[in-house]
Design a binder for this molecule. Sequence first.
Ligand SMILES: Nc1nc2c(ncn2[C@@H]2O[C@H](COP(=O)(O)OP(=O)(O)O)[C@@H](O)[C@H]2O)c(=O)[nH]1
Ligand SMILES: [Mg+2]
Length: 341
Amino acid sequence: MLHLRSQLESATPAPRPFVIQSARPEVLETRIAVLIPCYNEELTIQAVIEDFKRELPTAEIYVFDNNSRDRSVERAIESGAKVLCERRQGKGFVVQAMFRDVDADIYIMVDGDGTYPASEIHQLLAPMLNNEADLVVGSRLEKESQSSFKIFNRLGNRFFLLMTNSLFGSSVRDMLSGYRVFNKRFVKGLPLLSGGFQIETELTIKALERGFRIVELPVHLSARPKGSFSKINILSDGLLISSMILSLVRDYKPLTFFGALGLFTIILGMVPGSAVILEYVRTGLVPKLPFALLAIGLVLAGLLFMSVGILLHSITRRFQEVDFMMQSVLDTLIQSRKREI
Ligand SMILES: Nc1nc2c(ncn2[C@@H]2O[C@H](COP(=O)(O)OP(=O)(O)O)[C@@H](O)[C@H]2O)c(=O)[nH]1
Ligand SMILES: [Mg+2]
């Protein structure tokens, strides 16, 4: 845990100053893939593809369609993007498919709704090209960002940030952004399970817990054009995101999760327990037997939760060590392939 924490503290280093030129040799040599998840975005998909082609002429552009019922696929093909189809509905399934099927050195993920500016990609790419980050997040909640958020989305974002940062001791500034840059190490080394909009939460928290280097940089977010609609549902997706955060606390921080649950159950048991003890001290009798049984049951359950927490904590630590080793092996393989090429 200690080494993870120290990696976490250095998870958002200040990026070095850099000069951005679209014809940087690294950009030309590096295989860049632009990945666009798309579900009914016929109004904007063409402009998104063209904007990224203009900014990154050598990049390969992939549109991952998910059973769109409009003309998104035709528009994407007309614009010269490679279109891949994923049958399982949901942004998370699409991201899993992208990470599995596309081979590149650097991966850019961006919404197909035209709300993220392609012109700001160079700022996001710079820390990746300088090998300072494994994940670069375009943060829409910075002071410098002029982001058109709906009020509920902004509040939801703030709530999930507060929840994540307090539970994981991190200092993430935007965890639901759809504008991200990843390196190969990240894409091929992170197991993802989410099917829906909780994917961004899973990406961020797993990146933190697995010690990947994260850099967040401000981007502007514009509003969708008239006639184009967000696919996120504040209530159902909000519940999915909350439950994803709690599941990840259970899996990655079992001592915190089960320890808190155990403590709560023990305190709950203290309520009937203290009534029984006080009565016993006063009269020397235990007349409320059901109270006594309830208190014993709750305190024992609390202790059980705590023991499970300690047990899982040790197992998780061992798994983190195995993960670390596997990551080293993967790094060596990627390096040796690069040398062969
Ligand atoms: N392939 C696929 N893409 C989706 C799905 N739901 C949303 N998207 C895409 O994911 C991106 C983000 O969704 P969006 O509705 O813009 O969410 P918001 O940015 O949080 O409002 C957009 O490009 C959508 O077209 C889905 O079920 N499948
Ligand atoms: Mg969007």
